[in-house]
Design a protein around this ligand. Structure first.
Ligand code: NAP
Length: 237
């Protein structure tokens, strides 16, 4: 088992849902955390809840689609902690739910940006640093939406599909540098991601536990893909 104690982990989208559960569980595991979200009030609540010493925490609120802010945050994390051992690209949203004929092209581009391009902007400085540090782990939170063509969410599905494809290239390019890249495909998770509560969906704590479980695996196993669905879902072949 790989010990997570003392590892530096950067989690995006840490102010809510899955990212917040990850932050809380990783803190319990003894990690040093670089956390970002968009909403400063929510970030302050998380920071208070974590109650970590300053040498174990960096927390910043910014919009991830500001690519230079995203890259600066990664650079700041590397400066503060020396390196980032594990990056979890978790931030994301599904804000354009139309059928094909009604998809607004600007909203489509915004979904592609948040759910894929912005992840790349955050990753690039860490990628460079991992190549010189001798490797690292990257977990990209995709979605089961990339595995099944649900109707009415074309923008989100296309954006997560692009992120899935980018993840595949990262995995292959990372291999030469000992950067292990995992794609996680959750089905529905009961988080503020959607307005209505869904107690029949996955709990964010459970998905966080699964991600941490794969991070704890010994180095002889590189987990390429992890698919988790709540038993209620049947959107699979
Ligand atoms: N919930 C589901 O059913 C489900 C299923 C499959 C995959 N996923 C994926 O799982 C990941 C986590 O989602 P979740 O369910 O935990 O949703 P959530 O509770 O809504 O959390 C999303 C996180 O992303 C951040 N975020 C959103 N837009 C941002 C922006 N423009 N700039 C910076 N940060 C931004 C949010 O920050 P603020 O809160 O500070 O705005 C929040 O921390 C996402 O990638 C999502 O696509 C979710």
């Amino acid at each position: 088992m790989t010990a997570l104690n003392g590892k530096t982990v950067l989690v995006s989208g840490a102010t809510s849902g899955l990212g917040k559960s990850l932050a809380l569980q990783l803190a319990q595991a003894g990690c040093r955390l670089a956390l970002c979200g968009r909403n400063p009030e929510k970030l302050n609540v998380l920071v208070a809840e974590l109650a970590l010493p300053v040498d174990r925490l960096l927390a910043r609120a910014f919009d991830l689609t500001d690519h230079s802010a995203a890259a600066k945050f990664s650079e700041e994390a590397i400066r503060k902690f020396g390196k980032v051992d594990i990056l979890v690209n978790n931030a994301g949203a599904n804000l354009a739910k139309e059928r094909i004929e009604s998809i607004d092209l600007k909203a489509f581009a915004a979904m592609l940006d948040l759910n894929c391009t912005a992840q790349l902007a955050l990753t690039q400085p860490i990628w460079k640093s991992m190549t010189t540090a001798g490797g690292g782990r990257i977990v990209n939170v995709v979605s089961s939406a990339a595995l099944f063509a649900n109707t009415s969410i074309g923008s989100y599905t296309a954006a997560k599909g692009a992120f899935q494809a980018l993840t595949g290239v990262m995995r292959r390019e990372g291999r030469a540098h000992s950067i292990h890249v995992s794609a996680v495909y959750p089905g529905g998770i009961d988080t503020p991601f959607r307005a209505q509560a869904r107690p029949d969906y996955l709990k964010p704590e459970t998905v966080a536990e699964a991600i941490i479980g794969l991070l704890r695996l010994p180095a002889d196993a590189a987990v390429h893909e992890l698919v988790l669905r709540p038993p209620i879902e049947d959107n699979f072949a």
